[in-house]
Design a protein around this ligand. Structure first.
Ligand code: ACO
Ligand code: ATP
Length: 762
């Protein structure tokens, strides 16, 4: 034995079994985890992983291999399905990083390893890993760039964390040596407050459920979940991984079932909800009320008539809204699309269990997009947070390593440091990946801002930001602190062959705007101009609405004016965002016809031309958009929020001509000023509605009247639904209001003949 630079004992030759045994003993003694890295040949790595399982003396059914290889006696998951490990507990997880290594997969698996367990990472030789190219890099190689243009900075940074983070054992398989043995004994351990049991008068759930809690936080969460006994309640249970939120929900579900209530449990995959059922089954069984079923079946019934069943998320909204259901428990809520989360709001009582960050691979749609909607819903919302760790002890080195390696705890600057930022105090700067790597603090601030503001930002984005050749970052700083940041993707400039390939239906990576314009909107030349798409933009929450976002966009415009043909953006459309982009002179040219899976919103595409070529691209798409949107709103977008439709049309920068014939004007005038009917020529009304909504400043209509134009005339919704939604007393009143809405349009858009016709009724 010798001593390594970090003071750790270093065996000279490789004995993976003993190494694993030593780390496992240490992990079990402290209820922490340890990370073992085997770097070098892939087959040798897999052999070493088998040695680890043997040395650590772990039963096969507690081991998961996450790899694209097959043929193991252990559970195997393809890296693409790593999310099924979210919320589960495993003793050993082996992540094979040789092929298609993704930061997201690492984020997803790291939290699943139990206290006393081992995370095993199989990597290529660490000296070469940064220059090694795999299918993840191919995804970053967006045309016209090739895989050789992809940098290896993310992996270089990852390797440096593996080389100096405590609790990480590093084995060089090529030289058969242990570079670091990962021994770590000075783990800080914090005293976890002992759970207290509320007095009988202060609790509704059985005493036994509280006795089953392991921490005071869990007991508080259980107490908050008592609210599920009443209708109209929503409880949000938030915590980092492994704090016992699913278990608290399980104890609550068991308590409810023991009282005879019916509980529906949902999660992205039934496996994610396993802990809920295990805890509920134990509780029902100790209470002597378990009648039938088991946690393995994801169905439990109680002797009192209560029951708990798993229902897949797509069916859970309907199941939970049925008369029999009393409460719904949503586990791993952050990993569900916002639209599904919304479908759960018809439930009498609902609990959402979610990770605080979500960003570790579950998604941030819950916090960024759904939380406000929940607060605006009819439910009384209460929240509870669990801090005390359960799955593994506080001070666990694998958790702190994952946080560091994937920037899971990256935060924007604290509010006080940026509170005085205004467009006058800030400086515009380019943040190159090399600058960011050299300044960890700045990297954390920039990335923290993106994570906090964007439901879509995930660990893979850190790799994209550092390595993708088509991405570039711009920011505004105030006193050196980042207050606003924009991630730009270069798109277009594609050769004829690539464009033809796209036009013929072929997929090309990246190039989101040219791809939609070419393949969906049938414009083979759309890939010619070069554009920069604003992939993400975020302003520090403490200084939003101070003009910083707009200042950043104007700086970007000035910088790229001579380098590109257009600036563009695609985002989940909300009225506020559409107006932000319109105020910054981006014109809307498309609304997607399917909802985004994660945000539940339809996407809007917008363009700001910089050159003649960019102007031509914008103008033709703006014209096509206005020509087709009337039909689309009557079809695929018939459920689009009318305020989104209004904002999107207002953001279309084009002169739409309603072009009504003399006959059509007579019908419109008849239906507004006279006794005529809208139903006789809806097309004319539709074109006139479009003319107004694309230039809403020309005639004065209330927001409600504009919503009526959208819902009835463009989306052709049935009169009773329209009247109900827009709070008219009757359909007759809504019909009259529609006639009234067309009066100012006749005045503004009608020619002499129309006015003459109108005057007959005045
Ligand atoms: C591709 C994309 O990234 S689209 C997603 C954009 N990013 C996000 O949604 C992240 C969270 N939001 C933010 O970080 C900011 O609100 C940004 C980036 C949208 C705007 O940055 P700001 O510095 O606030 O912009 P700025 O002050 O120049 O303009 C604000 C205007 O934008 C509009 N706006 C945009 N989003 C919102 C919102 N969520 N709520 C209210 N107004 C909004 C309003 O018109 C607002 O004007 P007002 O304050 O006078 O009402
Ligand atoms: N009250 C309890 N009794 C016994 N074991 C518990 C209890 N609470 C938590 N655990 C154990 O601790 C581990 C983590 O608990 P749980 O899955 O509930 O946490 P979580 O916060 O939901 O984690 P994740 O975010 O990963 O889903 C599990 O192995 C679970 O069995």
């Amino acid at each position: 034995m010798t001593r390594s630079g970090d003071g750790a004992r270093r065996p000279d030759t490789l004995d993976s079994e003993s190494l694993a045994a030593a780390r496992r003993d240490e992990a079990m003694a402290t209820n922490q985890r340890r990370l073992l890295v085997f770097a070098g040949d892939r087959d040798a790595g897999i052999d070493a992983a088998f040695d680890v399982v043997r040395g650590a003396d772990v039963p096969d059914d507690e081991v998961t291999f996450v790899t694209s290889r097959e043929g193991f006696r252990f559970e195997r998951l393809d890296p693409r399905h790593a999310s099924s490990l979210l919320g589960t507990t495993r003793t050993v997880v082996v992540l094979d990083a040789h092929e298609s290594f993704s930061p997201n997969a690492l984020g997803r698996v790291a939290g699943a390893v139990d206290g006393g367990g081992l995370l095993v990472l199989l990597t290529p030789s660490l000296d070469e890993w940064a220059s090694h190219r795999d299918s993840f890099d191919e995804r970053l190689a967006v045309p016209p760039f090739g895989v050789d243009d992809v940098a290896g900075r993310f992996r270089a940074r990852l390797v440096s964390t593996l080389r100096d983070h405590p609790g990480v054992a590093l084995v060089d398989l090529e030289n058969q040596t242990v570079e670091r043995d990962g021994s770590y004994t000075q783990g800080i351990s914090f005293e976890t407050p002992v759970p207290s049991i509320p007095r009988d008068a202060d609790r509704r759930f059985p005493r036994r459920a509280y006795e089953d809690c392991l921490t005071a936080d869990q007991s508080d969460a259980l107490s908050a979940l008592e609210a599920l006994r009443r209708t109209g309640q929503a409880v949000v249970v938030e915590a980092d991984r492994g704090r016992g939120k699913s278990s608290a929900a399980g104890l609550a579900a068991g308590s409810l079932a023991a009282e005879g209530r019916t509980v529906v449990v949902t999660a992205p995959d039934e496996r994610n909800a396993a802990e809920v059922f295990v805890r509920a089954e134990r509780l029902l069984s100790t209470l002597g009320t378990l009648a039938d079923g088991s946690a393995d079946d994801y169905h439990l019934s109680a002797t009192t008539g209560g029951c708990i069943s798993y229902v897949p998320p797509t069916e859970a909204g309907a199941a939970a809204a049925s008369a029999e259901t009393d409460a719904l428990v949503v586990d791993e809520a952050a990993a569900l699309p916002v639209r599904l989360l919304e479908s759960f709001l018809d439930t009498p009582a609902v609990a959402f269990c979610t990770t605080v960050r979500g960003y570790e691979g579950a998604g941030r749609g819950f916090a960024v997009r759904f939380r406000d909607r929940l607060d605006d819903s009819d439910h009384d919302v209460s929240s509870v947070r669990l801090a005390d760790p359960i799955r593994y002890a506080a001070g666990d080195p694998v958790e702190s390593w994952a946080f560091r390696a994937l920037l899971l705890d990256a935060r924007p600057p604290v509010d006080q440091l940026v509170a005085d930022a205004t467009p006058e105090t800030v400086s515009y700067r380019t943040l190159t990946p090399d600058d960011l790597l050299a300044d960890e603090h700045r990297l954390r601030e920039a990335f923290g801002l993106l994570v906090l503001a964007h439901y879509r930002t995930e660990p893979d984005d850190l790799a994209r930001l550092l390595d993708a050749p088509n991405l570039t970052l711009r920011a505004l700083t105030h006193d050196g602190r980042i207050v606003s940041v924009a991630l730009l993707a270069r798109e277009g400039g594609l050769d004829a062959e690539t464009r033809r390939h796209m036009y013929d239906g072929g997929r090309i990576r990246g190039n989101m705007l040219p791809d939609v314009f070419t393949s969906q909107l049938r414009d083979e030349d759309a890939g010619v101009p070069v554009g920069y798409r604003v992939m993400r933009i975020a302003t520090h929450h403490a200084v939003r609405s101070s003009g910083l976002g707009s200042r950043l966009l104007s700086e970007i415009r000035a910088e790229f004016e001579t380098d590109a043909d257009y600036l563009g953006v695609g985002f989940g459309a909300t009225p506020e965002l559409l107006s932000f982009w319109r105020e910054n002179d981006y014109g809307c040219v498309h609304l997607s016809t399917t909802r985004n899976d994660t945000s539940g919103e339809y996407s809007a595409l917008m363009l700001h031309p910089l050159s003649d070529l960019g102007r031509e691209l914008h103008d033709r798409h703006a014209d096509w958009f206005c020509d087709r949107i009337g039909d689309v709103l009557g079809d695929a977008l018939s459920d689009l929020d009318p305020d989104v439709a209004r904002a999107a049309l207002a953001a279309a920068d084009t002169d739409y001509d309603a072009d009504l014939s003399a006959y059509e004007w007579r019908v419109v005038v008849g239906a507004s000023y006279g006794p005529g009917l809208y139903t006789t020529a809806p097309g004319a009304f539709r074109r006139l509605a479009l003319a107004h909504l694309t230039s809403p400043g020309r005639a004065s209509l209330s927001a409600r009247a504009e919503r009526l134009l959208v819902r009835k005339v463009l989306q052709t919704r049935p009169w009773p639904d329209v009247a109900d939604e827009l709070d008219f007393h009757s359909t007759a009143q809504a019909m009259r209001a529609l006639g009234d809405a067309y009066e100012p349009l006749v005045d503004e858009y009608g020619g002499d003949a129309a006015r003459e016709e109108r005057d007959r009724f005045l």
